[in-house]
Design a protein around this ligand. Structure first.
Ligand SMILES: Cc1cc2nc3c(=O)[nH]c(=O)nc-3n(C[C@H](O)[C@H](O)[C@H](O)COP(=O)(O)O)c2cc1C
Length: 233
């Protein structure tokens, strides 16, 4: 598949058939993901692949039985493969204590990093997986673990220096797959997000293709929200 076609066609798939994905295909997808760039070439991603009883155990610890009836994406639970992506925070800190990186001071601890590159790199690895799945005619989606991360860590024996990036579901899209409400926001046109040479003044919210209401621009963020965010950081 052409790269541009894969990027344009990719969508988060949240309902899967039970058709299995060959183990070699899962390995290929993870092998491509480990080639995604990482800060200092830390190579700081691990991939926990779950199939069969493993996916059932994942859902047991992240989606309690009593919440399943009301769950918006029941078809997600049939995904034959879940890949939980873990960033090796300890590895990043050790890498940035090596002689060529020590001057950055980033080896001092996670708080020394203005941007947590382990999550930046995690995003690059996840995107590589999503595109690799698309390229192989599979469906895939990404979702976070939120406060279930400690339970997933315990259940699957993940070391304490790893940080959860999130989970990629892989499989064959089911006929009842539907887009999430978020997709109704559409994507802003290029000229709204591309700032050549200097930041341009935000445009008033408009309508795209006659149906999509554009999200309010950053300039309309409720007062205090950005300051609160900075104070928390
Ligand atoms: C960091 C991140 C977290 C996301 N978390 C969820 C999630 O928890 N549940 C969900 O249904 N979709 C989640 N999504 C999917 C987005 O809603 C989706 O990518 C977006 O609406 C655009 O749709 P598309 O990817 O199908 O083009 C997440 C996407 C990203 C990048």
């Amino acid at each position: 598949m052409e790269f541009e076609h894969a990027v344009r066609q990719r969508r988060m798939v949240r309902s899967f058939t039970s058709e299995p994905v060959p183990v070699e295909t899962v390995d290929e997808i993870c092998d491509l993901a480990r080639r995604a760039p990482t800060a200092g070439n830390t190579a700081g991603m691990d991939f926990l692949v779950l199939e069969g009883a493993g996916t059932a155990a994942y859902w047991d610890v992240t989606l309690a039985a009593e919440r399943r009836d009301g769950f918006a994406w029941p078809g997600l639970l049939t995904a034959p493969v879940l890949v939980v992506v873990w960033a090796n925070l300890g590895g990043y800190l050790r890498r940035y204590r090596e002689p060529d990186k020590d001057h950055t001071g980033l080896g001092a601890g996670a708080k020394a990093w203005p941007v947590p590159y382990w999550f930046v790199d995690g995003g690059a690895a996840v995107m590589t997986m999503l595109l690799a799945a698309q390229d192989r005619g599979l469906g895939a989606s990404f979702f976070g673990m939120f406060d279930h991360e400690p339970a997933v860590r315990r259940r699957f024996g993940v070391p304490p220096d790893r940080r959860g990036v999130g989970t990629v579901a892989l499989g064959h899209p089911a006929a009842d797959d539907r887009p999430s409400n978020s997709t109704r926001r559409g994507r802003p046109p290029l000229d709204q997000v591309l700032h050549r040479s200097h930041w341009r003044t935000a445009r008033a919210p408009g309508r795209l293709a006659g149906r999509i209401e554009m999200a309010p621009d950053f300039a309309e963020t409720p007062e205090g929200l950005i300051e609160d965010f900075e104070a928390d950081a």
